[in-house]
Design a protein around this ligand. Sequence first.
Ligand code: NAD
Length: 257
Amino acid sequence: MSLVGKTAVITGSNSGIGLGIARELAGAGANVVLNSFTDAQEDHDLAEEIAREYGVLARYIKADMSKPDECRALIEQAGACDILVNNAGIQHVAPVEDFAPEKWDAIIAINLSSAFHTTAVALPMMRKAGWGRVVNIASAHGLTASPYKSAYIAAKHGIVGLSKTVALETAEEPITCNAICPGYVLTPLVEAQIPEQMKTHGMDRDTVVREVMLARQPSRQFATVEQIGGTAVFLCSDAAEQITGTTISVDGGWTAM
Ligand code: NAD
């Protein structure tokens, strides 16, 4: 699979799944634009490291995905966007009645609205280039629900709906739009949930991982960032040309139950 000459913009890609996807796309030859809301030396170092390792162009652009103007500016600053991966995401867990409204707003902005803004700017660029791929990182929680994650689940169901709509609006063009729905992938976002889960359930780390966090993942194994990245590369391949407006689950059987 060669993505040489293509430029991929991956939102929220200075860690976790986004970084894993950036590495896999760079491994397939794509130039990559990394992003997060910080502007640390390590962010720029990561881009340099990818450029060196894979022999591609790589740079880091700071943009806060909770801010519509910055979402749009990210794509404009990238200058080209053949592959758009909407990955930035945050989580907050609380019952609906205790869910802080500002947390709700932040999750909807970062996990859902950012994808609307970046896609709106990227599509005309893809049309001009005559090729494009939009890959949205949803979740098993884009297809099913769990208690206490109302904003996250609403946002992830929303991004599945956005993916279908964009697919229909581009159906006759050489552009596709799909959503990847990972189950649990061991990243900082999941890591951060473990202490709270241990406290809530009064369990040690291994037990809470196997019996609580992976209780709905029949494989009882976390998916890896490389597997999510590999799925994104597949969606950019010629084999996936007629795959549009759908979801691909990478969830160890979660949504089969
Ligand atoms: P992570 O915390 O490692 O990564 C989240 C990324 O988003 C980071 O790079 C962070 O800097 C960035 N980000 C957060 N707020 C931002 C903002 N305002 N502007 C720009 N960037 C911002 O978490 P992750 O697990 O790698 O999550 C990545 C995506 O995958 C999210 O959309 C998440 O919902 C989804 N996902 C994760 C899992 C999992 O098990 N880890 C499962 C399903 C879906």
